[in-house]
Design a protein around this ligand. Structure first.
Ligand code: MG
Length: 161
């Protein structure tokens, strides 16, 4: 197996009236919430997909099927912990990640460092190895009209010695 492995992850969730958006296991104050089988944490879902992608080991749906009732209302942080433990079992450590959250509203900049801090705990990683960027979609398509939020993530994994 290659000593350094790259993975990319993508996810999108629609939003509806509610009491906040869960992003990176933090609740961002807003008058909407994600429509989802789980807590809808689109950022963590994309990170999990990127980790499984780097391991060439399926995706979030193959490991945690949304047809399985045990994942209904699941805390995505628990799924991330399981993905990280699979990564360790396979002999890899987290290297770094770089994410783009595409979100028309609310403004995410004030929350970025808190999200990075929370992810650093969940990934047992240094905050300096976690980059989160937020962009709008310039009012284009469903994300740009505020109907959905999407995330793109790249992760690097490094093989244990
Ligand atoms: Mg998802």
């Amino acid at each position: 197996m290659t000593p350094i492995r790259i993975g990319n992850g993508y996810d999108i969730h629609r939003i509806e009236s509610g009491d906040g958006l869960i992003l990176g296991n933090l609740k961002i104050p807003f008058d909407k919430k994600f429509i989802a089988h789980s807590d809808g944490d689109v950022l963590i879902h994309a990170i999990i997909d990127a980790i499984f992608g780097a391991l060439c080991d399926g995706d979030i749906g193959s490991h945690f099927p949304d047809t399985d009732p045990q994942y209904k209302g699941a805390d995505s942080a628990d799924l991330l912990r399981q993905a990280v433990s699979i990564m360790h079992e396979r002999g890899y450590q987290f290297g770094n990640l770089d994410a783009n959250i595409i979100c028309q509203q609310p403004k995410l900049r004030p929350h970025i460092d808190n999200i990075r801090r929370r992810l650093s705990v969940l990934l047992s990683a240094d905050i300096c190895d976690i980059s989160i960027k937020a962009k709008t979609k310039e009012h284009c398509d469903a994300v740009g009209t505020g109907e959905a939020v999407e995330v793109f993530v790249s992760v690097l994994l490094v093989r244990d010695n």
